[in-house]
Write a new protein. Structure first.
Length: 175
């Protein structure tokens, strides 16, 4: 659970909850996180060997940047509490969690303990707690700032994470 604090999935949930329905973002983020990690518990290393981590990072980076740009393009329209959120949170968090450190740790834990059900239960509890905190923070941010500032902050965060994901392989190879 500690590995996920302030991780990109948490930041994404904060950004999405700051401009969408907190309940839908919580449900979508939690389900996306759990489904992505369930995949690792159920499939073990298969996915990791079929899809290169670089491809997963590129897809995640593009999705983050696209979400950030879409957030900017919304204009002054504020997403009302009953509108949007679930599918975007589910797909964004689900895709970027695949191949993430928490996802790989879940794989290792399930493989080393031989107790996939227990690992999945612990993961589910941690995901619900962490996504709840992230969504509460995002919702509080939305009430503390003007809709325009929330939109700009959320866009900057999402585009920044996307750029970092796309640049990560180049930064590691230069070091």
């Amino acid at each position: 659970m500690l590995a996920e604090l302030c991780d990109k999935t948490q930041i994404a949930a904060i950004a999405l909850a700051s401009r969408g329905s907190p309940l839908k973002v919580f449900a979508g983020s939690s389900l996306g996180f759990i489904m992505a990690n369930m995949l690792m518990v159920a499939l073990g290393g298969w996915l990791h060997s079929v899809l290169p981590l670089e491809l997963i990072r590129i897809a995640s980076g593009i999705l983050f940047i696209a979400t950030g740009i879409l957030t900017l393009r919304v204009g002054e329209k504020v997403v009302s509490p009953g509108e949007g959120g679930f599918l975007q949170a589910f797909s964004l968090v689900g895709i970027m969690e695949i191949g993430d450190k928490t996802n790989l740790a879940t794989l290792a834990l399930a493989a080393s303990t031989g107790a996939p059900l227990e690992v999945l239960m612990g993961l589910t509890i941690a995901a619900l707690l962490l996504m709840g905190l992230a969504v509460a923070a995002g919702s509080a941010l939305a009430h503390a700032l003007s809709p325009r500032r929330v939109r700009l902050v959320a866009s900057a965060i999402l585009i920044g994470i996307g750029a970092a994901l796309l640049l990560e392989p180049f930064l590691h190879s230069a070091a």
